[in-house]
Design a protein around this ligand. Sequence first.
Ligand SMILES: Nc1nc2c(c(=O)[nH]1)N[C@H]1C(S)=C(S)[C@@H](COP(=O)(O)O)O[C@H]1N2
Ligand SMILES: [Mo]
Length: 332
Amino acid sequence: MLIRSRDNGFTHPVSSEITTRSAYEGRRDMLKLMAGGVAGATLAAWAGREALAQTAPPGKLAALKGGKSDIAGAQTMEKLTDYKDASSYNNYYEFGTDKGDPVKNAGTLKTRPWTVEVEGLVKKPGKYGIEDLIKLSAQEERIYRLRCVEGWSMVIPWVGYSLAELIKKVEPQGNAKYVEFVTLADPKTMPFVGSRVLDWPYAEGLRMDEAMHPLTLLTFGMYGEVLPNQNGAPVRIVVPWKYGFKSGKSIVKIRFVEKEPSTAWNKSAANEYGFFSNVNPNVDHPRWSQATERRIGDGSGLFAKRRKTEMFNGYEAQVGQLYAGMDLKKFY
Ligand SMILES: Nc1nc2c(c(=O)[nH]1)N[C@H]1C(S)=C(S)[C@@H](COP(=O)(O)O)O[C@H]1N2
Ligand SMILES: [Mo]
């Protein structure tokens, strides 16, 4: 396909993958132009780009913009997953176990007021109101692949800042070796809390060096807006080199501890879900292979095209060092 580059005016071939990405960026540029009072021909030139309508959010949620992140691994030329897919094909068991349940049921989640408690082995524990937490550091946009342990993946532009920014502010003590994330478990608003699928609250954890890694994102938004409830509003973690279940949604506690914390999925099936859960095409899940994945949007059923899963979900250059010398079959 031929498109005209906005940067230099030259016409050059690009793959359709790049087109959608640039259409998304184009929309943001268009909004800037509109704000600046540019109309008519310019707007007409932007109209009718269908990829744009699919990828962009419908604009019902509050805007949350992030500056383009320049940390290594935070950008990709891959096609973004359509907003519609990213916000309607979810795992959020508190709202049901089918992929379509969270978007239907998470409307009851009350995201204000919201407090995140930082506790445990830190010099400056405290309670952060969500608005203060959002303002604690500059918001960045990071485009990450999210690979679910079940074998599907998406590419999502998240908005947030490195968890390390918060960690530095609260000053962990020397004996703090792990960070535990506790998420909301409110039986009044979450219909499946109380069911026995998992041991609630949904809890997750990271080793301190993983939590401090710049790619680990304290996430408040996606696609330039605040997170929809079903994606973990008002604040979640995103750890792009690990299977999606390590990225806990709707966090209420961040706790610094000495021993490896137990996690919801590890408690439910320790032989299937280890503490590390780094994406690894060479270590199969006991019930299925992890060598390939289906990118949401690439077709489904008989027409599903599968892609090779990459070591550490493609972030090996950035995070491989964290696991030097570790037997990744043993520490799965
Ligand atoms: N609290 C909570 N967090 C959760 C889950 C959950 O069920 N409850 N599911 C996890 C799983 S299995 C995945 S793949 C990702 C999905 O995130 P997404 O729906 O935003 O793509 O969220 C993770 N975080
Ligand atoms: Mo998942």
